[in-house]
Each structure stands twice: as structure tokens, then as C-alpha cells.
Write a protein that binds this ligand. Structure first.
Ligand SMILES: NC(=O)c1ccc[n+]([C@@H]2O[C@H](COP(=O)([O-])OP(=O)(O)OC[C@H]3O[C@@H](n4cnc5c(N)ncnc54)[C@H](OP(=O)(O)O)[C@@H]3O)[C@@H](O)[C@H]2O)c1
Length: 289
């Protein structure tokens, strides 16, 4: 191991450059890790929905820090513009395009604006969502059902329909859709939300299967309780859920939005090249218990 082949006797081979290594002793194990200085999303163009707050805003900052040019969308234009300015000041590249994710023509406009500005689309974090809690199924207003399905399911559908052709043109890409623990079980969120997040996993798996041989990977995050505006609203409506959600995790706490965004970065980057169709828990162990 470690010997040089092809070095003639009498000649000392010039040292081959090696990546920096870090050796850590942990009990019986000696962990040798290669420290890479390269950015996970260097040179990529990424679209992020629901970027005006919470997990999406955290992702916008993180994707940009990892080298991606980011196309940010949500309805609250002011928030998006402030984020674009912040990312620009930190040396990143970002574009804000206000849009309603439930409108196919709006989503088409966002994808087009991103491609016009940055030349192509390599990855997408389809993260916009809407949730309610505290009302039983038979008492849930029809418009709440419509909005929940529209934002969470139709929103992801609209994104996939316009992002995939751009990625096929490039020879591939990576898409991450935001599902939830509610995509796998009834959590206490509204029945409509539970159904919608199950559907996000279905869309993810179907798309992963259809495009697996054409270079597009499609994965979903099974997100656990995270401190965002959505969670603030849910615990305002049903205060007992705050304690319940924390207790359900193995770590006995909620996530910071950046902890969720980190998983999206990895799934959008080339280091997850053999991961597709996955429902990746980022839930502090909730679905393991
Ligand atoms: N927080 C949690 O505990 C938790 C747990 C599991 C899953 N999730 C999921 O995580 C994702 C992000 O949510 P979050 O927790 O970060 O909550 P958040 O801060 O409330 O973010 C929701 C985002 O969705 C956008 N959005 C909602 N309706 C939209 C529409 N019609 N058109 C365009 N954008 C729309 C909002 O932007 P505008 O209002 O500006 O349009 C906002 O940026 C959602 O899919 C959510 O279901 C969250």
C-alpha cells in the first residue's frame, strides 16, 4: 500500500499531491478523513421555492455559500429581495422571482427567468408548503383542503413539469422535494396536510423512476419538527403540539432550519450521486422510534 509503481531505481519519484488528511482516534477506531476544500454546489444553478422564510431561506443562504447561483421564489417579494441583497453582499449570486407556486404559468416564468439569467438549471429544492392543525377532518373548510393540496402537491407538480425539461437539456440534474414526517404517518397536522405530504413522496418516487436513466435524481426530505413561521403558527393554534413534537424526536428538540437545508445541499450535490427515489429523514430520529 502506498508504493509507487513505475518509479525506476535510482530515481526518487516526485511526491504526488495528496488531499489533506485528518486523523482522529475515537475509542478503538482510528478515523482518517480526507478534508476537501471544494464547495458542494460549486458552479451549479439551483432553484429554491418557499425561499422567503424558514427552511427555504436557510437553504438560499447555504446553497449560495456552497457555490450555487440561486433562483429564489415565494410570494413575498420584499423578503426575497432582501435575501438576494444579503447573498450578493456575501459574494454569492442570487435572483428573486416572486411567484405563486400553485400557478403553472408563474412557475414556468420562474424557471425561464433563472435559465435566462444563469444559463441553465442543475438542481431544485421544491420546498414551498402550507400546513394547518387543530381542526378535525370533517370540520376542515373546503378552501383549507384546496390550499393545502394546491401548495404542497400541485406546487411540486408544477415545479417538476418545468424543471425536468431544463435538466434533460443539460443531461441531468438533482431535485429535492420537501415532504414531512406527516408524509409517512398521521402526526397531528391536518388530514389534508398528511395526505398532501404522502403525495409528495409518491411524486418523488415516480419521477425518480421515470428519469433515473436520464441523469436526473429525485429525492425527498422527510422533515421533522423545525422552528419556522409554519411551526410558530401550528403551536399557536394547538399549544400542546409543541411539547408533543419535541418529545417525539430522539433528540428531544426541534430542528433549526439550517439543519434541514444541509440535507438538501447534499442531495443536490454530486456527492449523493447514487441516491435517488429516497425519502430521507431529517427528523431528529422521530421516524426511527
Ligand atoms: N417547520 C416544520 O416543522 C416542518 C415539518 C415538516 C415539513 N415542513 C415543510 O417544510 C417546508 C418549508 O416550510 P417552513 O417550515 O420553512 O415554513 P415557512 O417558513 O412558513 O415557509 C413556507 C414557505 O412556503 C412559501 N409558500 C407558501 N404558499 C406559497 C404559495 N402559494 N406560493 C409560493 N410560495 C408559497 C412561503 O412563502 P410566501 O408566503 O412568501 O409565499 C414560505 O416561503 C414546507 O413544505 C413544510 O410543509 C416543515
Amino acid at each position: 500500500m502506498g508504493s509507487w509503481s513505475g518509479a525506476r531505481s535510482g530515481q526518487s519519484p516526485s511526491p504526488r499531491p495528496r488531499p489533506p488528511r485528518e486523523v482522529v482516534q475515537r475509542g478503538d477506531f482510528r478515523i482518517v478523513s480526507t478534508r476537501s476544500t471544494s464547495l458542494v454546489l460549486d458552479g451549479k444553478v439551483a432553484m429554491i421555492t418557499g425561499a422567503s422564510s424558514g427552511i427555504g431561506a436557510a437553504a438560499a443562504r447555504l446553497f449560495a455559500r456552497e457555490g450555487a447561483a440561486v433562483v429564489l421564489t415565494a410570494r413575498r417579494d420584499e423578503r426575497l429581495r432582501a435575501l438576494v441583497e444579503e447573498i450578493g453582499e456575501a459574494g454569492g449570486r442570487a435572483l428573486a422571482v416572486a411567484a405563486d407556486i400553485t400557478s403553472a404559468s408563474d412557475v414556468e416564468r420562474v424557471v425561464r427567468a433563472g435559465v435566462d439569467r444563469f444559463g441553465r438549471l442543475d438542481c431544485a429544492f421544491n420546498n414551498a408548503g402550507f400546513a394547518t392543525a387543530g381542526t378535525e377532518l370533517h370540520e376542515t373548510a373546503q378552501d383549507v383542503y384546496e390550499q393545502t393540496m394546491d401548495v404542497n402537491v400541485r406546487g411540486v407538480w408544477n415545479c417538476l413539469r418545468f424543471q425536468i425539461p431544463e435538466m434533460l437539456r443539460n443531461g441531468g440534474g438533482a431535485i429535492v422535494n420537501t415532504s414531512s414526517v406527516a408524509g409517512q404517518r398521521a402526526t397531528g397536522a391536518s388530514a389534508a396536510y398528511v395526505a398532501a405530504k404522502h403525495a409528495v413522496l409518491g411524486l418523488t418516487r415516480a419521477a425518480a423512476a421515470e428519469y433515473g436513466q436520464r441523469g436526473i435524481r429525485v429525492n425527498a426530505l422527510v422533515v421533522g419538527s423545525t422552528r419556522t413561521e409554519m411551526m410558530d403558527q401550528v403551536v399557536r393554534d394547538v399549544p400542546r403540539l409543541e411539547r408533543q413534537f419535541e418529545e417525539e424526536t430522539l433528540q428531544k428538540r426541534m430542528a433549526d432550519p439550517t439543519e434541514v437545508a444541509q440535507a438538501a445541499v447534499w442531495l443536490c450535490g454530486d456527492r449523493s450521486s447514487f441516491v435517488t427515489g429516497a425519502a430521507m429523514p431529517v427528523d431528529g430520529g422521530t421516524t426511527a422510534a
